[in-house]
Unconditional design. Structure first.
Length: 317
């Protein structure tokens, strides 16, 4: 009888653990086929080898990830930081937990005459995503180089970076703004192309700052962060490790990129240095985020939802 009692007691003690594990069997993480996906590669490789397992979904555009968050179909997602600000300012139940990408935008061309930003005058440039951060920053940096984006340059918009990369690589487009790792992807396919302008370097010069802009972030639903703080902490810890791993293992990372996010291994291996991946907890770099969003508020207020997010925008896991 005593043995039975002890057995029942042990089972009762273990029930909360089972319930807890069952309630976390669907940590739904949404990645993007690009910088966000690169950051998560190591976790994607072993999604169930942690206390709290993951289910990843890789999408092509941020708007799809936004839809997943709003519908409650994702708990954690990688997004452009300004997109996260728009969501928050419109009442979405999300917070920014970390910054992982510090600018990945470049202009590629086969035109040898383009050496500085003012050389874009009179040109036709293709840009993925009208109103996206690639577009907003392009316009801002042009304006800081005495160009009127609406009069001096013809901006042609495409649906995604994937589409832009395909057109540039084929030679159908000769001047385009692209993020890494798509930049290296097109350079590998078309030897006539080269990087002619760097958003990040120009941002530092124009803003007189010692850091690049916090372009890409990790957001979490507030309800998930509140109910499963340990699971969130685990993900963020694993994410930081994953970023360090891929930076130190570009060849192995490239192989995983081909498998999980449909980016060629060579593009990752050769272009990783231009991705500017670096993990920082959002509340620790709040000043940098505010500085970036403030500039966007002044130049294109709609790109952040009309105002700076308040203090509750920043998660403190």
């Amino acid at each position: 009888m005593k043995k039975v009692f002890v057995l029942l007691f042990l089972i009762l003690l273990s029930i909360p653990q089972f319930i807890r594990a069952d309630s976390i069997t669907k940590i739904r993480v949404t990645a993007l086929s690009g910088n966000v996906g690169l950051a998560m590669l190591r976790i994607m490789q072993e999604p169930t080898s942690h206390d709290f397992p993951y289910r990843f979904e890789v999408l092509k555009t941020p708007d799809l990830a936004v839809g997943k968050l709003i519908a409650g179909e994702a708990d954690i997602a990688g997004l452009p930081t300004n997109t996260a600000a728009v969501m928050y300012n419109k009442g979405a139940d999300i917070q920014v937990a970390a910054i992982i990408g510090w600018g990945v935008m470049y202009i590629v061309s086969n035109d040898p005459l383009i050496k500085k930003w003012s050389d874009l005058k009179g040109k036709e440039i293709y840009v993925p995503g009208k109103g996206a951060i690639s577009d907003i920053l392009l316009r801002y940096l042009m304006s800081k180089n005495n160009l009127n984006p609406d009069l001096d340059v013809k901006i042609m918009y495409l649906a995604s970076a994937v589409e832009a990369a395909q057109l540039v690589a084929s030679g159908k487009v000769t001047l385009a703004a692209l993020p890494e790792p798509w930049v290296t992807e097109v350079l590998e396919k078309n030897s006539k192309l080269k990087v002619v302008l760097d958003y990040q370097k120009e941002w530092k010069r124009v803003e007189k700052q010692g850091f690049f802009y916090p372009q890409t972030c990790i957001v979490v639903r507030k309800e998930f962060a509140r109910e499963h703080p340990e699971a969130l902490r685990q993900f963020l810890n694993e994410l930081e490790k994953s970023i360090k791993w891929v930076k130190h293992n570009p060849k192995a990372g490239g192989l995983l990129a081909e498998k999980y996010i449909q980016i060629s291994a060579k593009a990752v291996e050769k272009g990783l240095g231009r991705t500017n991946l670096r993990y920082r907890a959002a509340f620790k770099v709040q000043a940098e985020i505010v500085s970036f969003l403030q500039r966007l508020v002044e130049f294109a207020p709609e790109s952040v939802g009309g105002k700076l997010p308040d203090e509750n925008f920043y998660a403190k896991p």
